[in-house]
Design a protein around this ligand. Structure first.
Ligand SMILES: [Fe+2]
Ligand SMILES: [Fe+2]
Length: 152
């Protein structure tokens, strides 16, 4: 089995671990500040990323690799809601780029199961990206009126 594919799966897993930690921290901060509505949604996205990390880990194990346990970066704390959204748009944009190119590499390596995993994750990340982009658009258009609507 291809070491190249295992490395790509592990790089993705490290990104997922970073996204999980980031979104859980944001969920706690938002809940704590009373923005339960946005907080609950970000919690759901964190759980989706947990499933991604798990699926990648299982594939890595199947291919004879060792699933990574270290997040790709440190978590940024204390961001304002608009900065949080911009930060998350960055994470999802990078994931979309990386998973697109990883799917192509998996196909070239003759590993269509790993390719399909990247494509499935890609579909979810595009959804997250769209959601975060819409949230920032609403904030830019409506300002505090929209931010206040995020209180649970
Ligand atoms: Fe993910
Ligand atoms: Fe995502």
């Amino acid at each position: 089995m291809s070491k190249k594919v295992i490395d790509l799966l592990n790089q993705a897993r490290e990104r997922e671990l970073h996204a999980i930690m980031s979104y859980m921290v944001q969920h706690y901060e938002l809940d704590d500040a009373g923005y339960d509505k946005l907080g609950s949604r970000i919690k759901e996205i964190a759980i989706a990323e947990m499933k991604h990390a798990e699926e990648l880990g299982e594939r890595i194990l199947f291919l004879g690799g060792v699933p990574a346990t270290k997040p790709a970066a440190d978590v940024k704390k204390g961001l304002s809601i608009p900065d949080m959204m911009k930060h998350d748009i960055g994470l999802e944009t990078d994931a979309v780029k990386m998973y697109n190119s990883s799917a192509v590499t998996c196909a070239a390596e003759g590993d269509n199961v790993s390719k399909a995993i990247f494509e499935k994750l890609l579909d979810d990340e595009e959804g997250h990206l769209d959601e975060f982009q819409k949230t920032i658009e609403h904030i830019e258009k409506l300002g505090d009126v929209y931010i206040n609507s995020l209180i649970g």
